[in-house]
Design a protein around this ligand. Structure first.
Ligand code: AG3
Length: 291
């Protein structure tokens, strides 16, 4: 199936949520088309959101709103941890998460493990806004399977970020129990794990399953939210899990001020507000939260 469709004589880039609903953006130009061993990789230029990366016809990020996701996956855990020095990113081939992680001066080393070289290649060429720090000397960029990496590495991390696709294709094992058991073995004394956790409207079963997997291994487990314009269903979530760092109780907002970083989505208020779940959302997940 293609991601480009014609409507009233005009071309649109369209993401289908099965046969339930679609969303699309006017196409300006097709910039990159590739097929890797893992997935179809496309970059298109849209009239509304600039360049956009799609994996298997699902929108991963766009120039205009990438900051929502990348600031929230990185800064919430990094400002929760008192001194994050070693960070692991699983996935994240577009580079946006690494870019935000590396803005933290305390981070001495960030290991990023992306399975698909084509995603990195496409983004280096056409998504410079996210890929701009991929050659940073504090980044160890590994092109290999994150599942295998975490099973075999001897490294230990303060913050682990799972920057995944949906739980289908190459992203599916990143929502599994064995993966998190192995992550648990590579955490430092004070540590926190944050994962891309889908959408409360269309993926509540995935959210329940992820939270119950995390609950087996961690003392505290929860979700926090962000919204962007590219992913179907409006409000999207990250899960968090930790034995010893609570992202609200251990959050010191003075650290945000002291960092002198500027943001486009994240701020001290959003940090704590993002953990408040709308009531329908809380109701469907309450048995799976461990707070
Ligand atoms: N990861 C993809 C989040 C899920 C998007 N799903 C969808 N469009 N159906 C984002 C990668 C950003 N580094």
């Amino acid at each position: 199936m293609s991601h480009i469709h014609e409507l009233n004589g005009k071309k649109y880039v369209i993401e289908f949520l099965d046969d339930l609903y679609i969303q699309g953006w006017g196409l300006e130009e097709e910039l990159y088309q590739g097929q890797s061993d893992f997935q179809k990789v496309d970059i298109v230029k849209t009239k509304y959101l600039g360049n956009m990366l799609l994996n298997d016809n699902l929108v991963m990020t766009s120039e205009k709103d990438e900051f929502c996701y990348h600031e929230m996956i990185a800064h919430v855990p990094l400002f929760t941890h008192p001194n994050p020095r070693k960070v692991l990113i699983i996935g994240g081939g577009d580079g946006g998460t690494a870019r935000e992680v590396l803005r933290h001066k305390s981070v001495e080393k960030c290991v990023m493990v992306e399975i698909d070289p084509l995603v990195i290649e496409a983004c280096r060429e056409h998504l410079k806004i996210t890929s701009c720090e991929l050659d940073n000397e504090r980044l160890e960029l590994r092109v290999e399977d994150g599942i295998k990496y975490i099973a075999e590495t001897n490294e230990v991390f303060d913050v682990v970020l799972i920057d995944s696709t949906d739980p289908i294709g190459p992203g599916a094992p990143l929502f599994g129990a064995e993966f998190y058991k192995n992550i648990k073995k590579h955490l430092s004394v004070q540590s926190i794990v944050v994962s891309q956790a889908e959408n409360a409207w269309s993926h509540s079963e995935n959210q329940k399953s992820l939270l119950s997997i995390l609950s087996n291994d961690f003392k505290w487990v929860g979700l926090y939210n962000y919204s962007n314009i590219t992913y179907p269903g409006g409000l999207w979530s990250f899960s968090w899990a930790s034995d010893n760092l609570h992202p609200i109780k251990d959050f010191n907002s003075d650290k945000v001020k002291a960092s002198e970083l500027s943001f486009k989505y994240y701020n001290e208020g959003i940090h704590t507000a993002s953990f408040q779940l709308p009531q329908f959302f809380y109701n469907q997940l309450q048995d799976f939260l461990k707070l």
